[in-house]
Each structure stands twice: as C-alpha cells, then as structure tokens.
Ligand binder design. Structure first.
Ligand code: TMP
Length: 209
C-alpha cells in the first residue's frame, strides 16, 4: 500500500469541512493525488446508512445498533473506496473514521467495549490511519457555530454526551501521540490553517525517510 490515510476528527462545529477543503488544496498543490470521503458514508450504501442514522430521533437507536450500522458502512467503505485509493497511491482524506465510534458510541453511548474491539479487528484488519488530525475546541464554541442548523440524531444529545466524546478524543490522542495531532480549533481560521499546514509538513518530512 503506497497511499496515505489521513482522518479528521472532532466534536460538532469545530470546522472539519473548512479544514478538509484547505488540506485538499494544500496537498493537491504539493502534487499529490487526493480523494476526500466521509463516514458514515462514502459509498451509496454508506450514505443511505448515514441518512437513516442522522434522521433518526436521538435515543431511538441502541448503542449496539449504532455500532453495527457504523461498521456495516465502514466495512463497505474500506473495501470499495479506501483500500483501492490507497493501493493506487492516493492520499485519502476521511472525514471521521473508527475513532469516532470509540468516542461517540464507546464513550458517549457506553457501547460494549468487547464488541468494539472485535469489530475493529474484523473490519479494520491492518488498516490504521497514518495521521489523524483532531480538531479540538471547547464545546461552547462548536455549539455556537451549529446553533442555527436543524439538529441531527447526535446533535440533539446534551452537553454531558459531548463532554464524554471530547474527553475520549483527548484520551485517544494521549494514547497514540505518534498518530494523532491535536489542532486547536478555537484559534482564528488563519491560525488553524497554519497549524494544519505545519502538521502536514511534519508528517511528510517524517515519512520521506
Ligand atoms: P458529521 O460527519 O457531519 O460530523 O456527522 C456525523 C455524525 O455521526 C457525528 O455526529 C458523529 C457521528 N458518528 C458516530 O457517532 N460514530 C461514528 O463512527 C461516525 C463515523 C460518526
């Protein structure tokens, strides 16, 4: 496998989409071939699962159901999109991946840890992101940015849920500092871009050797 698997994570309203647009153009200008995809989603099946989950009332799906739906979408996405692109030498920028299940279903919804571990083993096999950029900001900043939009399945959850999600993201970053870079998303947009650019440059320099 010769491509690079880059995932972007963070709680709601931290500016993932803007950051992904920036990362894509930075990498393309540097001469890399890039695809941008997302989870849940990225394939027709995945997008239908996404639509189903996000339009369901908060609390209407059990933690186990949410986990299984996320992993059904993920298995298909890995087989159909991610691995073929990596095998073709591309950079794959994925808006959320397995860390989101660890944070949202594992910590937020208290899903069974053994179920998560066995699904990770069966579905991901050896696939781990080469680099994960965790956009992190105090919850109020993100909530402020999304307050005008209609709330989906997860956005209807209360503050306590998102505190658990954010704390789990911090725990993942602490456990895997070589893979996960925390980007301060509370900075000005220009400063966020500077941080993203530096993170990519460091990663590329490390992986040239
Ligand atoms: P977003 O990608 O537009 O932020 O929306 C996706 C939502 O789905 C977001 O609230 C996080 C949630 N999610 C999970 O709960 N578990 C997962 O495994 C993934 C990929 C997303």
């Amino acid at each position: 496998m010769s491509g690079v698997f880059l995932t972007i994570e963070g709680t709601e309203g931290v500016g993932k989409s803007t950051s992904i647009g920036f990362l894509r153009s930075f990498l393309e200008q540097a001469g890399y071939s890039v695809i941008v995809t997302r989870e849940p989603g990225g394939t027709q099946l995945g997008e239908r699962i996404r639509e189903w989950i996000l339009s369901s009332r908060a609390g209407s799906l059990s933690a186990t159901t949410e986990v299984l739906l996320m992993y059904a979408a993920r298995a298909h996405h890995i087989e159909q999109v991610i691995l073929p692109a990596l095998n073709a030498g591309k950079w794959v920028i994925c808006d959320r991946f397995a860390d989101a299940t660890t944070a949202y279903q594992g910590a937020g919804r208290r899903a069974d840890q053994e179920l998560l571990q066995s699904l990770n083993k069966a579905v991901l096999q050896d696939l781990t992101p080469d680099l994960t950029l965790l956009l992190d900001a105090p919850l109020d900043i993100g909530f402020g940015r999304i307050r005008h939009r209609e709330k989906d399945h997860f956005e209807q959850e209360g503050r306590e849920f998102f505190e658990k999600v954010r704390a789990e993201y911090h725990a993942i970053a602490a456990r895997e500092p070589d893979r996960v870079e925390v980007i301060d998303a509370a900075q000005t947009p220009e400063d966020v871009q500077d941080s993203l650019r530096s993170a990519l440059r460091r990663f590329i320099a490390r992986h040239k050797h």
